[in-house]
Design a protein around this ligand. Structure first.
Ligand code: NAD
Length: 517
């Protein structure tokens, strides 16, 4: 009876969310997205467009202008025109404006969450926090806008050296389709706080909330041209952005291979680049760990956000003696995850972003079987509501470290478990991939935690914890997982130039040349 009651309540909540979504879609896109250039909504110079569909049921969400080099040029010029005034604006004014944007994001939180869920397939239970986290990003960097230019004083006996920081200029921001709203704010907020203007090229599979962010920012008083959006394909609009001479730096989040392409494309104009790329992050569970908490964290860090998460722990390294029992309990948890409609508040896993991505994830189930791994849970498509791009949450066991499912980023709700004997072997396996974004370590031995963290090749390590972000800390990866760090002052290091000024006390000896008398 109680279960029936819960189901009815969940059904009502879903129906209510669908109704609200319909209102937001009609009010916002009206079936047609637009670039936002110099504060104006524009269609593409080339007159071409593409359509985007919801992963829930394949229904069309909107027609999207397909930006080309002319659109990017118009946006880059708008950003260049807006730059001098934005750079010159007092830090306190930039701070107030960024707080106003955060207020406006919060006021639209429900709308943004519904649109993001519908556009990406991400469950509402996670997306309901996306706007809140986006607003937090704006507030965090707003409060640092006044101090962004502060430098250091480095005096000697003869000179006062002091450093200043100045914004690099108009920057390009290129974002992926997973949690697009949160990731966009993570890049755009520090750029604006630093005094840069921005041209944003969002992912072609999930452009809805990027446009909404620019509109919300304009509505909150951001001057036209400070934040521009050009929709379109990576190899077309994205490429043109990375090659444009007015764009001084490119902040990119996406696949490692795209990062390589951007480096090549930006070489002729000597682009400064910041890359947040792929991962195959290990979670290492030792026999002496708190296994209850470890189990919760292992499940959360690969099956939340559909596993479409750069910091997901997609490789479980589990100590041999505790492996059978731990894996058995893990498989039971995976089997009971609730796959369903993303707008149903009870859903834990929604449809994947796109049929092409769903097919890629499904192909790894065949690869796993062919390589000799065991499919301990899942391993197939899932028939979910709307007939969308659902896959079963999947656990692969009995894997070897050299298997493709242990080496390649699958970017779905798929966990590959590998056993290890001792600490030395665990570290060897953990580091035996080309990626190095994050690592999660479970042990009650403090000395081991220190030793292991020292040896683990990753930009971010959590010990006895899932991924818990603290915005001042550095975020980024090593090896094929990225170049540079975001967060706190690290973000300003990228968006700003450091200038040194040396002023003589007037008494030091200047080397004398050519003086004959
Ligand atoms: P992707 O590299 O295919 O696309 C990302 C963006 O780059 C899109 O906007 C795309 O249009 C654009 N792009 C593609 N080719 C381009 C080119 N030649 N020039 C300029 N722009 C181009 O990535 P995706 O599939 O959208 O996203 C998933 C990937 O992102 C995964 O590898 C994931 O790990 C990674 N990711 C990393 C982080 C991180 O912080 N490290 C965060 C989220 C996602």
């Amino acid at each position: 009876m109680a279960a029936k009651g819960n189901e009815a309540a969940a059904g009502e909540a879903l129906a209510g969310n669908l109704q609200k979504l319909a209102g937001h879609l009609a009010g916002f896109a009206g079936g047609q997205l637009a670039h936002i250039i110099a504060g104006e909504m524009r269609q593409s110079a080339g007159g071409t467009s593409f359509t985007i569909a919801s992963p829930v049921d394949g229904s069309t969400i909107a027609s999207v202008p397909r930006g080309n080099a002319a659109d990017v040029d118009a946006a880059a010029r708008a950003a260049a025109r807006a730059f001098p005034a934005w750079r010159a604006l007092a830090g306190s004014k930039r701070r107030d404006l960024l707080h106003s944007i955060a207020d406006a994001i919060e006021a639209h939180a429900e709308e943004l969450a519904l649109l993001e869920s519908w556009d990406t397939g991400q469950p509402l239970r996670f997306m309901s926090k996306a706007a809140v986290r986006g607003a937090e990003n704006f507030r965090f960097f707003a409060d640092r806008a006044e101090g962004a230019r502060d430098g250091r004083s480095l005096p000697t006996e003869t000179h006062l050296n002091y450093t200043l920081r100045t914004p690099v200029g108009p920057v390009g921001v290129i974002t992926p389709w997973n949690t697009p709203f949160m990731l966009s704010t993570w890049k755009i907020a520090p750029a604006l706080a630093a005094g840069c203007t921005v041209v944003h090229k969002p992912a072609e599979w999930s452009p809805v909330t990027a446009q909404r962010l620019a509109q919300i920012a304009l509505g909150a008083g951001l001057p036209p041209g400070v934040l521009n959006v050009v929709h379109g394909m990576g190899e077309e609009a994205g490429k043109a952005l990375t090659e444009h001479p007015a764009i001084k730096a490119v902040a990119f989040i996406g696949e490692s291979s795209t990062g390589s392409a951007i480096m090549r494309q930006g070489a002729a104009t000597l682009k400064r680049v910041h890359f947040e790329l792929g991962g195959k992050n290990p979670v290492i569970v030792f026999g002496d760990a708190d296994l209850e908490r470890a189990l919760d964290a292992v499940v959360f860090m690969i099956y939340s956000l559909n596993g479409e998460r750069c910091t997901s722990s997609s490789r479980l390294l589990i100590q041999q003696d505790i492996a059978p029992r731990f894996l058995e309990r893990l498989a039971a948890r995976v089997q009971s995850l609730k796959v369903g409609h993303p707008l149903d508040p009870a859903t834990e896993i929604g449809p994947l972003i796109h049929p092409r991505h769903r097919d890629k994830v499904l192909s790894y189930f065949e690869i796993a079987r062919a390589e000799g791994a065991t499919v301990a849970a899942g391993g197939a498509a899932h028939a979910g509501p709307g007939g969308g791009t659902y896959v079963q949450p999947t656990l692969l066991t009995g894997a070897r470290r050299d298997m493709r499912v242990a080496q390649e980023e699958i970017f779905g709700p798929v966990l590959t478990a590998i056993t290890f004997k001792d600490e030395a072997e665990a570290l060897e396996i953990a580091n035996d991939v080309r990626y190095g974004l994050a690592g999660y370590l479970w042990t009650s031995d403090v000395s081991r935690a220190l030793r292991f963290s020292e040896g683990l090749e990753a930009g971010m390590i959590w010990v006895n914890s899932e991924n818990v972000r603290h915005l001042p800390t550095p975020f980024g990866g090593v090896k094929y997982s990225g170049i540079g760090r975001d967060g706190g002052d690290y973000s300003f290091e990228f968006y700003m130039e450091t200038k040194n000024v040396a002023i003589s006390h007037g008494a030091h000896a200047i080397p004398v040349l050519g003086k004959r008398s």
